[in-house]
Ligand binder design. Sequence first.
Ligand SMILES: Cc1cc2nc3c(=O)[nH]c(=O)nc-3n(C[C@H](O)[C@H](O)[C@H](O)COP(=O)(O)OP(=O)(O)OC[C@H]3O[C@@H](n4cnc5c(N)ncnc54)[C@H](O)[C@@H]3O)c2cc1C
Length: 221
Amino acid sequence: MDFGLDRETEALRERVRAFLEEAVIPREAEAARNLDRLEAIARELQAEAKERGLFLPHMPRELGGLGLSWRQLAVVLEEAGRSLLGPRALNAAAPDEGNMHLLHKVASPEQKRRYLEPLAAGEVRSAFAMTEPMGAGADPTLLKATARRRGRGFVLEGRKWFTTGAEGAAFFLVLARAEEGPTIFLVDRENPGLKLVRTIPTMDHWSLGGHGELVLEGCEV
Ligand SMILES: Cc1cc2nc3c(=O)[nH]c(=O)nc-3n(C[C@H](O)[C@H](O)[C@H](O)COP(=O)(O)OP(=O)(O)OC[C@H]3O[C@@H](n4cnc5c(N)ncnc54)[C@H](O)[C@@H]3O)c2cc1C
């Protein structure tokens, strides 16, 4: 079996490598000195990634992505990972990258229009809230957050932490236990039932929006 890369993938790798070396890595020192500028730097790099035809490698073409195979995507993400700014520069950083995959697979057309499209365009950020203090973590079956049906919607109650990107996220994918079983709910940042109670101090200072602790109290969705 041949594990080598075809010419197209090799050329793609060279283009990502050049982007990292010429545009992304030279911004690292500035970002490290001035973390308040991280979001602005990421936006500038995303604009350049768009110009170079490297933006959104993990999404299909109809969403403005590169429509790559899994193998090609692995090559792109490996190269992007040379810099902590790399995945964000391509709009392929956690948690947005995973959230986009999920929304692309399971969201309704209306949810895609409202949540996935602006996320894919790099206009907003999102967060994924599964982990709980003394609850879901390595073992998600310990999930304690609940979702009770009320009328045509649900009311969420619970506490989440280590929600990456929570500060400044436009919306959250929240895992809670409904009668039907564990379910992911889309919660807008403006929802008064969702409160970011703190950003947890961690060793990581490069994740946009930090790692937040959230309280869900009478959170109607
Ligand atoms: C930087 C960072 C970013 C994160 N971002 C997010 C995010 O965006 N959204 C989110 O929901 N979560 C996030 N997390 C949380 C992460 O998903 C959890 O930390 C992880 O799932 C482990 O859960 P826990 O911390 O509750 O540890 P626990 O589940 O309590 O595990 C503690 C220890 O016990 C071990 N352990 C647990 N169960 C078993 C078992 N059955 N057998 C053997 N060993 C076991 C684990 O390996 C670990 O060493 C983030 C965490 C970090 C550090």
